[in-house]
Design a protein around this ligand. Structure first.
Ligand code: PLP
Length: 388
């Protein structure tokens, strides 16, 4: 039986069996539409409202501030488009390393005359509150900056940034998709007006998430349709997904300390193994010391502007049953370097030789040891071939 080692947990996680168990009755027994007035609908509705209350409590919010969505992408779109529409202002502040679910809605808004400031993140991948302060203008509608970066693990000083925004009366959204369940995410401690969460990054189901909207914020609903979610997000509620999301958030937050200890140990093992085995060739990208404890991003530059090919590294690891990723995007048949790594100031070949390992609570020391052993073999073979 070939081994299968999953080290791509920042892309998605396996569903925790306890989450699945909580969801099943809402497929098999209580399958009513949560907006239907009959008994089956009412039972579904009670479950949704209980889930909303639990989620609100876990992040220090009011239940009325939680809107269920289809995930992080929708929540980011809804926050950005909803603020631009409601404020009528024409300027957004963000960074160069945001997820495309933030960058693309902003770029799409150019056609409506929206301008954006993209804050620099060199060298470690995060911005400072001072940069935000300097970028704010009279036309600024929104500052949107992620909490933790999905590729390079860097963490933004969200609480400091929110103070600047609040002092200047600017709305602030943070994409907390990668940090929820891993480090504390509390809406008042962070000082955010909007926040995005996704279920499938925390051992919950795919296709469900939340948008937190602080009561009183200037914001218009983006997804129009039925009157669900108090007319703030049309669409039949994904009841099993919502139940699963609430359970996943409960588990990941209450078990955060134990998971953090376990995963941090595995990250230390991976980083020291990479340093030992590839001292002459490996370089780490982003904030490897102080970033999120589950992500390691590294590159394999050779000499001059040559590097080992990241796609080949990924492919060879995959053949050995090891799943990881890099941030490259395939566009028109060519592989483009990750915008996140390029924003760190890396040259294209080094950015293209990157690997991202993202560790989950299900991984073991044995997984890391096996990965290091196979990677050593693959890197040496590729190095020798490219030197020949
Ligand atoms: C930082 C970040 N934001 C947003 C998303 C999108 O979330 P979803 O897959 O739930 O749409 C992701 C997922 O890759 C992410 O890592």
């Amino acid at each position: 039986m070939p081994r299968s080692i999953y080290l791509d947990n920042a892309a998605t996680t396996p569903v925790d069996p306890r989450v699945l168990e909580a969801m099943i009755p809402y497929y098999t027994d209580v399958y009513g539409n949560a907006n239907s007035p009959h008994g089956m609908g009412r039972r579904a509705n009670v479950a949704v409202e209980d889930a909303r209350e639990m989620i609100a409590k876990l992040i220090g919010a009011q239940p009325s501030e939680i809107i269920f969505t289809s995930g992080g992408t929708e929540s980011n779109n809804a926050a950005i488009k909803g603020v631009l529409k409601a404020t009528g202002k024409k300027h957004v502040i963000t960074s160069r390393v945001e997820h495309h679910a933030v960058l693309h809605p902003i770029q799409h808004a150019y056609k409506d005359g929206i301008k954006a400031s993209y804050l620099d993140v060199k060298p470690l991948g995060f911005v400072t509150a001072q940069q935000v302060d300097l970028a704010i203008t009279d036309e600024t509608a929104l500052v949107t900056l992620m909490h933790g970066n999905n590729e390079i693990s860097s963490i933004n000083p969200i609480a400091e940034i929110s103070k600047v925004c609040r002092n200047k009366g600017i709305l602030f959204h943070s994409d907390t998709v990668q940090t929820t369940g891993k480090i504390p995410v509390h809406v008042d401690d962070l000082g955010v007006d909007f926040l995005s969460i996704s279920g499938h990054k925390i051992y919950g189901p795919k296709g469900v998430g939340i948008l937190y909207v602080r009561n009183g914020s200037t914001w218009s609903p983006w997804m129009e349709g039925g009157s669900q979610e108090r007319r703030r997000r049309g669409g039949t509620l994904n009841v099993p997904g919502i139940i699963g999301l609430a359970k996943a958030m409960e588990l990941s937050i209450t078990e955060m300390d134990a998971n953090k200890k376990h995963i941090s140990n595995l990250k230390s093992m991976l980083v020291s193994g990479l340093r030992e085995k590839f001292a002459d060739i490996v370089s780490f990208n982003g904030d490897v010391e102080n970033g999120l404890y589950n992500i390691v991003n590294c590159s394999f530059p050779l000499d001059g502007d040559r590097s080992l090919d990241g796609e080949m590294l990924l492919l060879n690891l995959d053949i050995e049953g090891i799943c990881c990723s890099n941030g490259s995007a395939c566009s028109s048949g060519t592989v483009e370097a990750s915008h996140v790594l390029m924003a760190l100031g890396m040259v294209t070949p080094t950015a293209k030789s990157s690997l991202r390992f993202s560790i989950g609570k299900q991984n073991t020391e044995d997984d890391i040891a096996y990965t290091l052993e196979k990677l050593e073999f693959i890197v040496n073979r590729m190095k020798n071939t490219s030197m020949a």
